[in-house]
Design a protein around this ligand. Structure first.
Ligand code: FAD
Length: 266
């Protein structure tokens, strides 16, 4: 089984030091890919670029940069994509992104904005021959009218050139396999990589899960307390592997501890 590890661009000297400490420990686990997130509305634009370049240089592992289109005009996005290519980034995780607080989709409906992730992907592919990954949602994206609409969006992203989908985190593997079934039934054939979240802080995770509408199983808190977060993550990975998953994406939160303990147990 291969792994990709998600990192975020650090914003403080302390966070930078934490990433520097975690990076060699994560690199030694031989990931196929690191990905670097993009702050809401481009707030980490320069940090994403710098972190992606640093991670690639320090580890030699390929790096994908996340990039969201919703609140940024096309020209600025495509210029940024040129910068990414110039810095050696060949892989983009292309995303819509979320609305800033108090704003509506109508605020970003002008001709200077992309209207869908599929449109954004097509434009990125015109800039350079980027490898493109996209997001997918085992428990259905909160903005989708229903699961069928969510899959149609995924299908359009793949038709536009996405080669892989990475999922939102989930704790019940049945939700992941249900997404895979819906996607395959709709003719989506690309790999759908399960996204897994090590739980460092249960209350913080539960608040975040509520926002993304990811279900937290009733027994999860007790299992984390009894077995520890690494054993819980390892059990989830073992079950996915036993059912045929070949790759998993881990939301590392720039920490190596749970990830290395979990991978040692699988
Ligand atoms: P899409 O797949 O394009 O759309 C999501 C759903 O919204 C679809 O079902 C679509 O049909 C529906 N929809 C309903 N109305 C509209 C409308 N008016 N316009 C567009 N879509 C509509 N966020 C960040 O800010 N930075 C990151 O680095 C980041 N990384 C992520 C990585 C992964 C693996 C995942 C799963 C998510 C990540 N996100 C990130 C969060 C992501 O930006 C949000 O989940 C966002 O709300 C949806 O983005 P998307 O690309 O999945 O959207």
């Amino acid at each position: 089984m291969r792994f990709s590890f998600e990192l975020f661009p650090p914003k403080t000297p302390q966070a930078t030091a934490a990433l520097e400490a975690a990076l060699p420990r994560l690199a030694v686990l031989n990931p196929a890919l690191f990905t670097v997130t993009y702050g809401a509305g481009g707030t980490t634009k320069d940090g994403t670029l710098a972190t992606a370049a640093t991670v690639a240089a320090r580890t030699g592992v390929p790096v994908a940069a996340h990039l969201t289109y919703l609140t940024t005009p096309r020209e600025a996005l495509l210029a940024y994509a040129q910068d990414l290519w110039g810095r050696g980034v060949r892989h983009i995780l292309a995303l819509r992104g979320d609305l800033p607080p108090g704003r509506t989709f109508a605020d970003f409906a002008g001709p200077q904005y992309f209207r869908s992730t599929a449109q954004f992907i097509a434009a990125l592919r015109d800039v350079h021959d980027f490898e493109i990954s996209v997001a997918a949602y085992p428990e259905v994206h909160p903005d989708a009218a229903d699961a069928a609409e969510d899959i149609e969006t995924l299908k359009a992203k793949v038709a536009a050139g996405a080669e892989r989908a990475v999922t939102q985190f989930f704790f019940d593997n049945a939700d992941y396999w249900a997404l895979v079934d819906r996607a395959r039934a709709a003719g989506v054939a690309v790999p759908i990589v399960p996204g897994l979240l090590p739980v460092h802080d249960f209350p913080a995770m539960a608040r975040f899960a509520a926002k993304c509408r990811a279900r937290v199983p009733a027994d999860l808190e007790a299992r984390l307390a009894a077995e520890g977060p690494a054993a819980v993550l390892a059990a989830q990975i073992r079950d996915l592997r036993a059912q045929g998953a070949a790759h998993a994406h881990i939301y590392t939160l720039n920490r190596a501890d749970i990830v290395e303990q979990a991978l040692a147990k699988i």
